[in-house]
Design a protein around this ligand. Structure first.
Ligand SMILES: NC(=O)C1=CN([C@@H]2O[C@H](COP(=O)(O)OP(=O)(O)OC[C@H]3O[C@@H](n4cnc5c(N)ncnc54)[C@H](OP(=O)(O)O)[C@@H]3O)[C@@H](O)[C@H]2O)[C@@H](O)CC1
Ligand SMILES: [K+]
Length: 478
């Protein structure tokens, strides 16, 4: 069993590939083995998390997720606990594995109730797993509400009940811990998944990697490998970044992106302000070279374009799209592209010329680019990120909880760092600068984007309690 931390590239699976793996594994093992292993893993984790709990409410649903809960109940009872079991199934319809576990739990004398117990000191949510379909109603919804309002820790089996294991959506149990079984479900890591799942654990139920032909449909992104700089290197070895943005009144966004690029390791950083009259030097960051944007040699630079660009960025985009050696498009630049089919063609054409491009939309910007709504984007974030990458032939970072990095023909990466502290002005500009710095240092677009997203979130995770996160400080520390 593994606690999942953002330090490794874990494979993530969707429901369809999990079913394939489950079938292959079940065929290779004696009947009922997987459910027995699942129940034991759940019971062990419950004991480790709440060693002193006695009255453990185990809420079991009608399918095999409930079967895992029934198996766990027998172990906990054997270990001196007093599990209080409620089962929401129908013996005439229950799957064979769950039915066998039900019969054995009854024989073992586990206490069954028709309704949640009056009180409990730990709960196990085994109501719905990957077979959860439609929004819970009736007793299912009541028991989910009882788990959420019980005031005690909840260990969710496989996925928090009600959560769509593929998309991370749905009204669900808010667990303190989730133990994902057999495969790590991708919906735990994006949209509402992280809020519902709490701390995430994984048990592969004794299976060797590669069982079945269900290849991962996403990966958790991992930190960049530590790199050392050669002594015999100079600023030219680490590339030039140009930030283009800062329309009237919005110079700060461009300076933030510039600062992030500088601290992200770019050799030199130029800031091409769209309102060239505002500022000739940033005395707080004299390393940034402020120039009229159209005087810069973009063909030799990694360009971050958009940051505070307002309407004015539109006029710069044809030249930026056709000349930038590598390019990050953010914010106002994305809105301009969304509104202009000609710019879209130019964006798409960059891939054919071997020019790396990363777009970094939040859900509303993504919706404008896709001609859909933010709700449709959020309904399946992985699909939306893949669609953006495909449609514009570039790497797309769909921001939000569990940012997705997708590239044409690549398995998408789901980010597992970051927190709500990042919901403050300017953090998107900082990310754009960080991606540009990595492109300038020669990373390919997928790596530059996913490593920047990981580092950006990891910095927020390390942020000291009680200290407000500001974009300026994030740019310096990330
Ligand atoms: N097989 C094995 O050995 C192993 C299985 N494992 C475990 O099995 C889990 C998958 O089991 P599963 O396929 O039985 O689906 P599960 O999530 O229990 O739910 C299906 C049931 O719920 C019902 N239902 C659905 N939505 C509902 C709603 N809103 N409100 C009310 N009812 C609703 C649905 O009814 P129906 O839609 O058919 O009417 C059906 O009866 C997996 O997550 C893992 O925990 C692993 O441990 C590995 C070993
Ligand atoms: K569950």
């Amino acid at each position: 069993m593994h606690p999942i931390r953002p330090d490794r590239r874990w494979p993530l699976h969707d429901i369809a590939t999990t079913r394939q793996i489950e079938q292959a594994a079940a065929a290779a093992l004696p009947p009922h083995t997987l459910m027995e292993r699942a129940g034991l893993a759940v019971a062990r984790l419950a004991l480790a998390l709440a060693p002193h709990a006695r009255r453990i409410w185990i809420a079991c649903g009608p399918g095999n997720n409930g079967g895992d809960g029934l198996e766990a109940a027998m172990h906990l009872q054997r270990w001196g606990k007093a599990p209080q079991l409620t089962w929401l199934g129908d013996e005439g319809k229950a799957p064979a594995d769950a039915l066998a576990s039900l019969q054995r739990a009854r024989q073992a004398g586990v206490a069954f109730g028709a309704a949640p117990p009056p009180d409990w000191d730990f709960a196990i949510d085994a109501l719905l797993g990957i077979g959860g379909a439609r929004s819970p109603q009736g007793r299912m919804a009541e028991w989910i509400a009882a788990l959420n309002s019980g005031g005690q820790s909840v260990l969710a089996v496989d996925v928090p009940s009600g959560l769509d294991a593929d998309t991370g959506n749905g009204a669900a149990v808010r667990a303190t811990h989730t133990l994902s079984l057999l495969t790590l479900k991708r919906g735990l890591f994006t949209a509402h998944g992280r809020d519902a799942a709490g701390a995430i654990w994984f048990d592969e139920l004794g299976l060797l990697p590669g069982t079945g032909d269900g290849a991962p449909t996403a990966w958790l992104s991992s930190p960049a490998a530590a790199s050392t700089r050669l002594h015999a290197s100079h600023k030219g070895s680490y590339g030039d970044v140009a930030v283009i943005g800062g329309a009237p009144g919005m110079a700060g966004a461009a300076l933030l992106a510039g600062s992030a690029a500088l601290h992200g390791g770019a050799g030199r950083v130029f800031v091409g302000l769209l309102d060239a009259d505002t500022l000739k030097v940033d005395s707080a960051q004299p390393e940034l070279m402020l120039r009229p944007w159209d005087s810069l040699d973009l063909g030799a630079m990694s360009v971050a374009c958009g940051c505070g660009g307002g309407e004015a960025v539109r006029a710069a985009l044809p030249k930026v799209l056709s000349t930038a050696r590598a390019l990050v498009l953010d914010a106002d630049a994305l809105n301009a592209v969304a509104a202009d089919p000609q710019l879209q063609l130019q964006l798409k054409a960059r891939a054919g010329r071997g020019r790396a491009t990363v777009i970094t939309p939040h859900p509303l910007e993504a919706a404008r680019l896709l001609g859909s709504s933010a709700a449709q984007v959020q309904a399946d974030r992985l699909a939306a990120a893949r669609e953006l990458a495909q449609r514009f032939s570039c790497v797309a970072v769909l921001k939000g909880s569990g940012s997705i990095t997708a590239g044409p023909g690549e398995v998408p990466l789901v980010n597992f760092t970051g927190n709500a502290r990042l919901a403050t002005a300017g953090t998107g500009d900082v990310l754009a600068g960080m991606v540009a710095a990595r492109l300038a240092q020669g990373r390919d677009a997928m790596r530059a984007a996913s490593e920047a997203v990981h580092a950006h979130g990891a910095c927020a995770d390390r942020w000291p309690d009680g200290e407000p996160l500001t974009a300026g400080e994030l740019a310096r520390r990330a």
